[in-house]
Design a protein around this ligand. Structure first.
Ligand SMILES: [Cu+2]
Length: 202
């Protein structure tokens, strides 16, 4: 009798522990769910949409391009900027000879950069960088290809943005193919999220 009761208590205790552990897991998934730019459509999002193929696992999780923060002094290494230095997302660094789908944009125009955040982390800022005139379009993206003065910065001072973020910027006066390098820096981790988009100025 006592044995059975002890067993019942033990089972109840074990179930409580399992339930707590599962709650902990559910609670922590936020740390693995982040965000991506939909406008301009990023390489990662084009992969998710199936409009870019042979992408590898990024097609299932365009929100996960997460690497060390601190760009341009820190951050991912040159030639690995678009993948945030993550080997499983290396396809994002490949220029594909210009075969990535592009976002047609108008030079000098007002433009809304939109993000879908699957987890709205405490945020330091969002910064947007564009390649320089004459950048090497066939080489993987490097700091030297980018104008390291952002076209615009949006500081959040640690606040959490909404899950749908829209930032109005003025696009530079450029022509032809360029890239937008979007950086979302998280306030309470050592990481940032990186999104590369192919632009066609006309
Ligand atoms: Cu996250």
């Amino acid at each position: 009798m006592l044995g059975r009761r002890t067993a019942r208590v033990a089972i109840g205790f074990a179930a409580t522990i399992v339930a707590s552990f599962m709650l902990l897991l559910v609670g922590s998934t936020g740390a693995y769910a982040h965000g991506y730019t939909t406008t301009p459509t990023s390489r990662a999002y084009f992969c998710k949409l199936g409009q870019a193929t042979n992408c590898g696992p990024i097609q299932w999780e365009p929100q996960s391009v997460e690497g060390p923060k601190g760009f341009p002094n820190g951050g991912p290494a040159d030639t690995k900027l678009c993948s945030a230095g993550l080997g499983q997302f290396a396809q994002l660094d490949d220029q594909r000879g210009g075969a990535w789908p592009v976002n047609n944009v108008t030079a000098g125009s007002s433009y809304n950069v939109n993000w879908t955040l699957t987890a709205a982390h405490a945020t330091t800022d969002f910064k947007y960088y564009v390649t320089k005139p004459g950048w090497n379009q066939t080489a993987k993206l490097t700091r030297s290809a980018l104008n390291l003065t952002p076209i615009k910065s949006f500081p959040y001072n640690g606040a959490r943005p909404p899950n749908s973020v829209s930032h109005n910027v003025t696009l530079p006066n450029l022509s032809g193919r360029h890239m937008l390098f979007a950086v979302w820096t998280i306030a309470d981790t050592s990481n940032a999220f990186y999104q590369c988009s192919d632009l066609n100025f006309r």
